[in-house]
Design a protein around this ligand. Sequence first.
Ligand code: ADQ
Length: 492
Amino acid sequence: MTHGSSSARRLYDFIVVSNRLPVDSVSDSDGNQVWAPSPGGLVAALEPVMHHRDGAWVGWPGRADLELEPFETGGMSLIPVALSAAEVAEYYEGFSNDTLWPLYHDVIAAPSFLREWWEAYKTVNRRFAERTAEVAEHGAVVWVQDYQLQLVPKLLRDARPDLTIGFFNHIPFPSYGLFSQLPWRTQIIEGLLGADVVGFQRDADAGNFAQAVRRLKGFATKGNRITVPLVDPGGRLPSPVRDSAATRTVVARKFPISIDAPYYRDTAKRDDIRARAREIRADLGNPKTIMLGVDRLDYTKGIRHRLLAYGELLAEGRVKPEDVLLVQVASPSRERVQSYMDLRDEVELTVGRINGEYSAIGHQAISYHHRSYPREEMVALYLAADVMLVTALRDGMNLVAKEYVAARFDNAGVLVLSEFAGASDELKRAVMVNPHDIDGMKEAMLVAIEMPKSEQAQRMRSMRRRVFEDDVEKWSSGFLKALAEHRHAGDE
Ligand code: ADQ
């Protein structure tokens, strides 16, 4: 790996590295390829940060076998990393989405452990690290994002010890009992320990990581600091590592991610968006209560549990379909992974059954949409919904919960929130649920449906304060401050 090998190549002193570049390549009406912002939690979180800094973003443009030169869009420099079709299948759909994703989400679905996928994961992580090392200025700050790139911090540190390296894990980090299933668990821990700061969504995730470090490497951990030998002889070391002169410190702690809260508030206040919210309600027949679910179609999001609970309430006559309507927006996701195809079939079968049983002509119990919407339309939906259902079985954070709260400038509406979503650490005035407890979910839905306006307002005000205090700007500046402090501590 070479450092700035081409003199003509531009170097950057701040670089974000993520699996996907924050753009999609789409065809315009004349058939030309153009770039459009791509949806998703990470992009929603980092877009505002990149706009404020003159940095570069290293990532895959989202289509296999696409070799692209670096380009600029929306004030950002994008450095594309090419992936072959086989690599997309093995590194991305395979190891990332069918091994790590289910493993890190408490094995809700069974992870597949395939050695070929691991080989592809290593190859692709190496390519990301090489590309980043090529464009990084001496002493640059590099911020690596998420579980697809857990080997990058160590690869980068080995090649470029001058860099300050951060890593943020957007999804949960599992307990050691589950993590230890991974045949390549030690390499993953070593990969992450290449960073100066390893960020997680919750204290529990940082604690699980520290435990894995102790169990697999024997390194001492104290509070959120881990002592790591400068030269790791490999294998498990006796704890604590004694020769303090030859160690470095890795900080592992929570940095709960958030949203661009003012955007959601200001958009919700627009006359056209409020008119659209009224139109949505009218199109749905102006029911007394609209409940809303908005998720990527993913088995971690608890969509099936939500449908089951609502279906039982209808079956028992405790809610009437003409009074309480469920809007479920499920954006297409990972459509080539088998467990996602199975999930889609099951969700759509259940929606069909419930609608077949309880809908009237011209009025459906569930209004189901398998598609993505522009952000403005999402805000109108949030405004139109009396009850927001976030019932994830496991979720790093869940930005939808925070977006709903930020949009409700009218202090109306009720958030039903899973205790297994990271957002539950902050949004404590939500109606909390354990989504595995279907009876409990039914009770929570009834509480939400019947909640007096005054209590809605009290709870919403308190949650809004939290979301506006701790928005995405604070998340990114907090993480970058921790990285800068680490760098200065190293200078002394
Ligand atoms: P995700 O699993 O993608 O993110 P989430 O945090 O809810 O989950 O973010 C989804 C984003 O996509 C939200 O901004 C939402 O508005 C948007 N979205 C969802 N469905 C949509 C639709 N049909 N149309 C348009 N937009 C839609 C991962 C982790 C999360 C973590 C984030 C950020 O799994 O736990 O919160 O990263 O760290």
